[in-house]
Design a protein around this ligand. Structure first.
Ligand code: SF4
Length: 403
């Protein structure tokens, strides 16, 4: 989105500098009730504090809220179905007064970051707790040729890393004619003469194949990092969610760790889904504590109107949901610390530099998804820097001394 806005001659402001902006984009999520509330609050607050600001609402929040309700909240423009290019065009044409813009030469600046590239949208599962299929529709994959062109273009603009993303990224290609697969796509990407580092955003357990794991774990051009929405270790609870048993996935991952002990794997886990019992919660805690995971993303269940889970009974009392969330967050903390220590001892890391810190050192993300500081004043955003690990900073980031 940033790159598309910059390419149309608009300047994108962040942090304190954004105070002076004329247009604000609220790209809102609705996956949890809290995310939806936060987006609503942000729109209201922007309208109250900046009466002259033009406010654009996009993403799933705009789709679920609708145009009329978005305007009532204070938005000037709701763009529920716009991808980055259409959104940037609409902003430029509908909100920027003619004659206000300087030349609109594309800027490389937009590419010098880790860029999420949406290669797939939609989902045809119906997990009990999830509102996503209602707002994103059926699975649709972007054609391989388009993905390859985008990746080359991002490489030319200096992006150090491209994150292949989607609602069901692992299902990429199944709806195409002829059908294809994410591993086919990755092999095509690896054959490109010039490409940024590639990361796979998230793969549902059923799409995690031995070939996909092996590509991520051993191909240099692909980050050795997998994110898996596991949700729970309890077969009964998973069935209640409408999700498959995860034991085959755990077996596959254990085999992968036996060969590639440093492979970074993170899980999504959910706490407090209606009908979840204490023993079922403990099954999940025991599983994540037993595995050499890099991190957890912990979600507390929040009922989304229109989903099956919203009427599932018995619900978990809030205090238990909070306690279970905290237990999983403690596991997350332990896992992160142990994994960071493991990578520190490994001695090597590759950092995609995204911005410079106040100390003049580069800040970015390693191939194994750890936040990192590059101990050098000579690096620039957009660089992909290899080096030796040299401790953990006070901020928890891995310190890397470039070669
Ligand atoms: S697979 Fe993911 S997006 Fe699809 S319904 Fe389940 S949780 Fe939602």
């Amino acid at each position: 989105m940033r790159a598309a806005l910059v390419a149309r001659g608009l300047t994108v402001l962040e942090g304190k500098k954004a105070e002076g902006a004329g247009i604000a984009v609220v790209h809102g999520c609705v996956v949890t009730a809290r995310a939806e509330r936060d987006a609503r609050k942000a729109i209201r607050r922007l309208r109250r504090d900046h009466p002259d600001l033009r406010i654009v609402v996009s993403g799933c929040h705009a789709r679920l809220t609708g145009e009329a309700a978005s305007r009532e909240l204070g938005a000037d423009l709701a763009l529920p179905d716009a991808g980055p290019e259409a959104l940037a065009t609409a902003i430029r044409e509908r909100l920027v007064p003619a004659g206000l813009l300087p030349s609109c030469a594309p800027s490389a600046e937009g590419g010098r970051r880790r860029v999420a590239l949406r290669i797939q949208d939609g989902c045809d599962n119906s997990c009990a707790y999830c509102i996503v299929p209602a707002v994103r529709g059926k699975p649709r994959s972007v054609q391989a040729t388009t993905v390859l062109e985008e990746i080359q273009s991002l490489a030319e603009r200096g992006a150090p890393e491209v994150v292949l993303s989607g609602i069901q990224t692992g299902a990429w290609g199944r709806d195409l004619d002829p059908p294809s697969s994410l591993t086919d796509l990755l092999e095509k990407i690896l054959a490109l003469p010039r490409k940024p580092r590639i990361r796979i955003s998230s793969v549902e357990p059923q799409y995690l194949t031995p070939r996909l794991i092996e590509l991520a774990a051993s191909e240099r051009g692909i980050c050795p990092h997998l994110h898996v929405p596991l949700q729970s270790a309890s077969p009964r609870l998973l069935a209640a969610m409408g999700r498959a048993d995860v034991s085959p996935t755990i077996e596959l991952l254990e085999k992968a760790w036996a060969r590639h002990g440093d492979l970074a794997v993170g899980f999504d886990v959910i706490a407090g889904l209606p009908t979840e019992t204490e023993p079922e919660h403990l099954l999940t805690v025991e599983l994540v504590e037993r595995l050499p995971l890099a991190y957890l993303h912990v979600f507390t269940f929040s009922a989304r109107p229109g989903t099956r889970a919203a009427s599932m009974l018995p619900s978990v009392p809030e205090r238990f949901a909070v306690l279970r969330t905290r237990a999983l967050l403690r596991s997350d903390e332990r896992l992160r610390a142990a994994y960071r220590a493991k990578i520190l001892a490994r001695g090597r890391a590759e950092v995609a530099v995204e911005h410079m810190g106040e100390d003049g050192f580069g800040r970015g993300t390693t191939e194994r998804f750890l936040p990192a500081t590059v101990i050098s004043h000579a690096v620039k955003p957009g660089a992909l820097v290899r080096g030796n690990t040299d401790g953990i900073g006070a901020d928890g980031a891995l310190r890397v001394v470039p070669d």
